[in-house]
Design a protein around this ligand. Structure first.
Ligand code: PLP
Length: 482
């Protein structure tokens, strides 16, 4: 991926790949989209993909594979035990991260299940830069709690801080001192911090965390699911790393950690996951849970074809052209929206463009889920499916009260190598229209609320008839256009 300069002087992200397999998309009429959203209980997770024009729900498991990945899938060695395919993945991980042991899992949260079962005890604490939904759920399920110690800039929507995902080191020390090191299950760093807008941490910050962990004898665990984006930002934003290769930066990161786990639905552009472990002792502690929950140690619930794709995908992640595609498209989207006055998370991060629903819909209270409401409006306005990352994605406290999120974000994910720039420009246009008509958008209320991870399959209804009014305004403004 290259950010080329045009004759006009403007910057344009240019794809360094060509598209050789395509999938037909449908852009349904706005009335149909309204009906589809109603049928989906106003939850973008419950829409049928056939009815979605741009699926910006997530980058998980939907990144475009390369020709090399597809070719490797044909060579997969389909055996339950001792598969050569598995050995190839193990060797690739060892080559990149230098850790001696690997435990395969069927996806990222399965790795979290194993880590939490082994390392979290009732009453223990896991300090981290920021939580991820499934991570927190597993820690809490095992009797532990989470302390988020993100640097102050991390929770500011607009900022010039290049590394908003950094851990506040003073807060980390204070947290360890106040709880006592014995109570700390492990220290977790989430690279490419998902829920605050795909924001990176610096290598320097991770090194400072290592020092603290060494001082108190604690394990440093990295959630490396979004490593690709973070590698790009370390290379382009951290002066001390600008002359290092992506491989060198990856190894430096790994050398600072005791454990690195990941979702291969993100890292490696396929589907699966796993845990890289430095010591034999830790490996043996966790090994027994793999056959119990995942499958035998040489596939861990993954298909061998996917394992081949991950092995090649990890190699491709070491290519600067490949890892820059997502961040540069996102930067384009963020810059264009900022120019139109739309409130978005800045600086642009990885993963996707994050719209600040708290400011976009400042008339909708958090208890009516502004980010969720904006997600439904976005689909009605343009057939674009995003994901709510705000109060709806939180769990109620034990007394049934809402846990209000720090941020109300609508995430429009940018799966790697999937969209063209004209599709992204179309999404920008529809967001712009929605922003001009934001007064029409109202809130949501639950009609069916699951207790755990309610955002996945809970059902909601609009408060009032604002969606009908939005459809009518769309027709008035766009005529018979889709
Ligand atoms: C940072 C982070 N950790 C863990 C996970 C869970 O991975 P999976 O969806 O493969 O279970 C995700 C998925 O989105 C993630 O973004």
């Amino acid at each position: 991926m290259a950010n080329v300069r045009l004759f006009s002087g403007a910057k344009m992200p240019l794809e360094m790949h060509k598209v050789r397999i395509v999938q037909k998309l449908n852009l349904r009429p706005v009335e149909y989209r309204h009906e589809a959203m109603t049928a989906a209980g106003n939850n973008t997770f419950l829409l049928q993909n056939d009815d979605v024009f741009l699926d910006m729900l997530t980058d998980s498991g939907v990144n475009a594979m390369s020709d090399r990945q597809q070719a490797a899938m044909l060579t997969a060695d389909d055996s339950y035990a001792g598969s050569a395919t598995y050995t190839r993945l193990e060797s690739r991980l060892h080559e990149i991260f230098g850790m001696d042991y690997f435990l395969p899992t069927h996806q990222g949260r399965a790795a979290e299940n194993i880590l939490a079962q082994v390392l979290v005890t009732p009453g223990s604490v896991v300090p981290m830069n920021y939580h991820f939904t499934t991570t927190k759920a597993h820690i809490v399920l095992n009797g532990g709690s989470v302390e988020e110690l993100i640097c102050d800039a991390g929770l500011e929507i607009t900022s010039d801080e290049p590394f908003k995902g950094n851990m506040d080191i003073d807060k980390l020390v204070a947290c360890i001192e106040s709880n006592g090191p014995d109570k700390i299950a492990f220290v977790r760093m989430e690279t490419g911090t998902n829920l605050i807008g795909g924001q990176p941490h610096s290598l320097e910050n991770l090194a400072a965390m290592r020092e603290v962990c060494d001082k108190y004898g604690l394990l440093l665990v990295m959630d490396a699911s979004l490593l690709a984006d973070n590698l790009y930002f370390i290379k382009t934003r951290e002066a001390a790393c600008k002359d290092m290769s992506i491989r060198e930066i990856s190894r430096r990161i790994a050398d600072l950690c005791d454990i690195m786990y990941f979702s291969a639905r993100k890292l490696g552009c396929a589907r699966g996951g796993g845990i890289c472990v430095r010591t034999d002792e830790l490996y043996r502690l966790m090994r027994g849970l793999v056959p119990l929950y995942e499958g035998f140690l040489t596939y861990g619930g993954m298909s061998v074809r996917e394992i081949e794709a991950i092995t090649v995908g990890l190699d491709e992640t070491m290519d600067e052209d490949m890892i820059s595609q997502g961040p540069q498209f996102i930067e384009h989207m963020v810059d264009q929206l900022v120019a139109r006055g739309v409130p978005v998370v800045t600086p642009a991060g990885g993963l996707g463009c994050h719209i600040d629903a708290m400011r976009f819909l400042d008339h909708v209270p958090q208890t009516e889920y502004p980010a969720g409401a904006l997600g439904t409006a976005m689909y009605i306005a343009g057939g674009v499916r995003g994901m709510e990352r705000g109060t709806l994605s939180e769990q109620r406290d034990p007394d049934g009260n809402e846990t209000l999120a720090n941020m109300e974000l609508l995430r429009l994910a940018m799966p790697r190598r999937v969209f063209t720039l004209s599709q992204v420009d179309y999404a920008i246009d529809r967001i712009d229209w929605l922003y001009q008509n934001r007064d029409l958008v109202g809130g949501l209320v639950f009609t069916e609320e699951p207790e755990i991870l309610r955002f996945f399959y809970g059902r909601l209804a609009p408060v009032g008839d604002w969606q009908d009014k939005l459809v009518a305004k769309f027709r008035a403004d766009f005529g018979d256009s889709l």
